[in-house]
Design a protein around this ligand. Structure first.
Ligand SMILES: *[C@@H]1O[C@H](CO)[C@@H](O)[C@H](O)[C@H]1NC(C)=O
Ligand SMILES: *[C@@H]1O[C@H](CO)[C@@H](O)[C@H](O)[C@H]1NC(C)=O
Ligand SMILES: *[C@@H]1O[C@H](CO)[C@@H](O)[C@H](O)[C@H]1NC(C)=O
Ligand SMILES: *[C@@H]1O[C@H](CO)[C@@H](O)[C@H](O)[C@H]1NC(C)=O
Ligand SMILES: *[C@@H]1O[C@H](CO)[C@@H](O)[C@H](O)[C@H]1NC(C)=O
Ligand SMILES: *[C@@H]1O[C@H](CO)[C@@H](O)[C@H](O)[C@H]1NC(C)=O
Length: 390
């Protein structure tokens, strides 16, 4: 015991300046099965669990935690499955669906001891995910009579938080990638959700998005569809528990979409204005989506981004996009439409050659996972419980 604590003390001293507490991968699949080329509302709802959509493959979580020593997964789900459109967004859940989701979260957090971001993958829209991110009514849009209200969004979060308030290892991700809406409405929705989560007695980390698909490079920019700038509005967000960080996405291809195989955007350069804003407002951030292809140019850009996060105390964690049980040979990002596989362990490309798990995660991202991460205690902007997983 003494030896162990001396080793730990030495490790912690060596890591005194490290600020990444959480690192891992997005689990995408719970949001699958609703795409309709004809924009038919209701397509794939509720869908068949395990066939049309699925949250995780437990074996993949085992590989990431036991072999890769990551401590964070971001688990996507759809609000329209958790709260069926017939009963509306709010505190009434589909209990069968909630059970499937809770099983995945429980496996990650209780069985494996890692942290899980709950990710309603809804672009701050609700009622029609048939062609995300374009379809569905903007939550809180009072000019749209079919839109769910800000109060309903808060009721949903209050109920989910009430159910999970005793699980220290969850992180509440308020919503995936709001875009093309008034940034003041994002502030109102984020704030209502934070208040409801705290009123439910849950004190875990919350991560709140901004506008423009919550892009880091555009955080301080004001343009049509991304107005006012997130930086002009979101500094007013408050949390009674002081445990909210911003949820940032940052891709490295020419148009920041994550659609292209070639990397050409410098994370450090593009994030500098956001970092300065975070610093001056005493906020932290997590980058929950970034990625690159296996093209040789991307490795340097990914490394530069991860090192930048590690060197700037404003950043407390990250998840790469994406693993997930249903990608098959398809590529979640950065493939120019090619089927080069995903970050799911065992993934292969359409031609049978190694997929992105081998050619991107193992080659480029795994070396960037900090050896010391948080493995115990409540999820927090302050981190804590730092240890090296044996
Ligand atoms: C789950 O992952 C394991 C290990 O990679 C793999 O062998 C298995 O086929 C996967 N199961 C499903 C249903 O995809
Ligand atoms: C609730 O979820 C289950 C499991 O997916 C599904 O069979 C059922 O139809 C859903 N109910 C509603 C009202 O969506
Ligand atoms: C809060 O909102 C006001 C009014 O919109 C704005 O002038 C101010 O800059 C905001 N403060 C922060 C810290 O974002
Ligand atoms: C949150 O921070 C404010 C300002 O630093 C402080 O006054 C307050 O006591 C803190 N609240 C909690 C719950 O830590
Ligand atoms: C790919 O990105 C590099 C910078 O990493 C740039 O020099 C090059 O021109 C790009 N290639 C294409 C085809 O866009
Ligand atoms: C990326 O992976 C795919 C699938 O294995 C392969 O066809 C392609 O040649 C790889 N690209 C590079 C630049 O290695």
């Amino acid at each position: 015991m003494l030896f162990k604590s001396l080793v730990m003390a030495a490790l912690l001293a060596a890591q005194a300046t490290a600020t990444i507490y959480y690192a891992g991968v997005a689990e995408s699949g719970g949001e699958f099965g609703v795409y309709s080329s004809s924009k038919t509302p209701g397509t794939g709802l509720p869908g068949t669990f395990g066939v049309d959509y699925k949250f995780i493959n437990e074996s993949a979580i085992d590989v990431y935690v036991d072999q890769n020593k990551v401590n964070l997964f971001r688990v996507a789900f759809l609000l329209e499955r958790m709260c069926p459109v017939a009963t509306g967004l709010g505190a009434t859940f589909n209990e069968t669906h909630y059970g499937f989701f809770a099983d995945a979260i429980d496996y990650i957090t209780t069985t494996k001891g890692a942290y899980a971001i709950l990710d309603p993958h809804n672009y701050m829209r609700y009622n029609d995910p048939s062609q995300q991110p374009s379809t569905g009514s903007i939550i809180g849009d009072t000019t749209d009579s079919t839109a769910a209200t800000t109060a309903q969004f808060a009721e949903f979060w209050g109920e989910l938080a009430r159910r999970l308030k005793d699980n220290e290892k969850v992180i509440f991700g308020l919503n995936n990638e709001p875009h093309d809406m008034d940034t003041n409405l994002i502030l109102a929705n984020d704030q209502a959700a934070i208040n409801a989560i705290r009123a439910a007695g849950a004190n875990q980390l919350i991560i709140a998005p901004g506008n423009g698909y919550t892009g880091g490079h555009s955080w301080t920019q004001d343009y049509a569809g991304n107005s006012p700038a997130s930086s002009a509005v979101l500094g007013n967000l408050t949390d009674p528990a002081n445990n909210t960080a911003f949820d940032i996405h940052e891709y490295l291809d020419s148009d920041f979409s994550g659609g292209h195989a070639n990397c050409s955007q410098s994370g450090p350069t593009n994030l500098a204005p956001l970092t300065a804003w975070l610093k001056s407002n005493s906020f932290k951030a997590m980058i929950t989506e970034f990625g690159g292809s296996n093209s040789t140019g991307c490795a340097g850009y990914i490394t530069e981004l991860a090192n930048y996060m590690a060197q700037n105390e404003e950043y407390i964690g990250w998840t790469a996009w994406a693993a997930g049980p249903l990608w098959g040979t398809n590529s979640p990002c950065c493939g120019d439409g090619n089927a080069w596989g995903s970050l799911e362990p065992g993934s292969v490309a359409a031609d049978g050659s190694p997929g992105f798990y081998t050619t991107v995660w193992e080659r480029d991202i795994q070396p960037l996972v900090p050896r010391v991460l948080q493995w115990s205690g409540v999820s927090s902007v302050q981190g804590g419980g730092l240890t090296m997983k044996m």
